[in-house]
Design a binder for this molecule. Sequence first.
Ligand code: URP
Ligand code: ZN
Ligand code: ZN
Length: 500
Amino acid sequence: MPSHDFDYDLVVRGATLAGPAEVFEGDVGVRDGVIAALGRGLRRGREEIDAKGMIVTPGGLDPHCHIEEPSEGGGVQEESFSSGSAAALAGGTTSFICFVPQWKGHPIAATAEGYEARARASRADYSFHQIITDPTPDVLDREVPALVARGIRSLKVFLTYDPLRLTDGQFLDVLATARRLGAFVTVHCENYDAIGWRIRALLEAGLTDPLQHAWARPPVVEREATHRAIALAELVDQPIQVFHVSCDEAAEEIARARARGIKVWGETCPQYLTLSTDDLGKPDFEGAKVVCSPALRAPGESERIWARIREGTLDVVSSDHCGFSFATAKRDPGSSGYGQGGAGARPDGMPAFNAIPNGVPGIETRLPVLFSEGVSAGRIDLPTFVRLTSTNAARLFGLAGRKGTLAPGADADLVLWNPDAERVLTNADLHHAIDYTPWEGMRLKGLPTLTIRRGEIAVRDGQVLAEPGSGRFLARGPYALATPSGRVPDGFDAAASRRG
Ligand code: URP
Ligand code: ZN
Ligand code: ZN
């Protein structure tokens, strides 16, 4: 409660405030961890921050990151909840959604309890998507409803990867369950059989370099699976989000479906906006640092992804942070998960491209890279940056009004940006537990200087002040297009109903 002398616990004064729809000059008044007022000339706060010349955005919400995830092969991602959340906060991300694994042949409970316990070490606010790899009747009819009731309202499925992928029939079962329960579904879209076929052909030809990861997974395998996922979602009338769209071909499928009124959303990541097969083709196995799926695309293709952002087809930019070090990539025989096609080795002893664990670290760099390459470079405006990095994810994942916005009543998650500050990115300055960043040496313009999480200063000038365990679990409501009960309205997709 405010004392007699102060109206607010904290006032951030005289900033350029950037929300999801507008930019204006003003102050933010914070009380009890939430935004109490926005305006000019707010009365006194117990603590005051002079933010003249600074931009204030809502704290980032990263709805797709892999932290401390155990794999069925026995590996665990090296990023812990403590280090990953420190990195998130240092990069301006105040909340994230990571993944509870399920292993085939096992109930969700076998992995969930331990994972949720580890997540309590987070310094940032957090929630979970539930990965479904084995949608048995018990999982769908008993375990998933219990999760939804606890506010874990999104299911993640993979259409590829050896131990994880679902058949189309299993995917339909998950979609139908989600529709019944008012849960949301996110999908990794690549064609499993086509990739396996390409991997075999490349290995038989002795082609094993990291660059061949992209040859094994050309855009058409992503386009096909994106089209199929959308078609199956249309059949069930269940909204989905296509994760990590890497190419214009897949984005085009989303745009066409949206034009027909299908409720499909598209996410992309900084790696697909800034890196290319030039990075994957670097000598001395350096390309292994950027092996991710879908694969990086040809130089210049990323401008088409930026264009898909501007037209609104891709409306979330997540990190898809994956905590494998380069040292692990060099020796890992595919045990860390997120791989396909066996554990081949090369004559130099390094793993073949298909045995390198997939994924890049980027939870700390997501916002600064997007700010620099997007806002400072003139590709997107500030409200678009805010929508991409927090607001749209909050709407899809049941956190609207609480996260991702500058409005009274929202959590006081704020990032102060110095739009003129410049820095050359180097891994030594980052807080994650990974031994490299794919953006080493990139010059950034526009940097986060202060991160506030629920009204508390979590990071100041690169120093993380938030303690492990100070993050809160976010029980989430239904996504924004559901009815208040969380159900998708019947006849929601009128076109599908007519055809039905
Ligand atoms: O290569 C990637 N994206 N690794 C993380 C797992 C996934 O597919 O999201
Ligand atoms: Zn994926
Ligand atoms: Zn991922």
